[in-house]
Design a protein around this ligand. Sequence first.
Ligand code: AMP
Ligand code: ZN
Length: 132
Amino acid sequence: MENCLFCKIISNEIPAYKIYEDDDFLAFLDISQTTKGHTLVIPKKHYRNIYDVDEDTVAKIHQLAFKLAKQITKKLNAQGVNILNNNEAIAGQTIFHYHVHIIPRYRDDDKISIVFNENIDSNIEETYHILK
Ligand code: AMP
Ligand code: ZN
């Protein structure tokens, strides 16, 4: 898609440290390197995010992310890994080409923190009735 940074990485208009490529998917190092080995996995076909992408692509990208996450963990001697995906700006999406982050975690890394704070205003009963 025009003016999409990740589409330009796919077509080699913009360079990237590509660590995996097949006909449908590409994995490359995230420029921020939040932790050593921070990687993005993307489909070669442009989708905005999960509200746009088809189920088959989601299944395949997660299968690939799962495989790469284990390889990256092993090769870089990480102690764990976060696999995550942001959808829409409110959720932290900044590049609107569907992607999955692989973020290896190391003892004492302090560049990323994922904290689930308690929300005392939440009404879990009401939410349960809406979602069940
Ligand atoms: P998100 O915030 O989930 O949309 O993630 C977008 C990610 O793309 C961020 O982690 C950026 O660091 C990363 N990024 C932006 N530009 C580039 C680039 N040219 N090469 C590699 N990663 C990039
Ligand atoms: Zn794109």
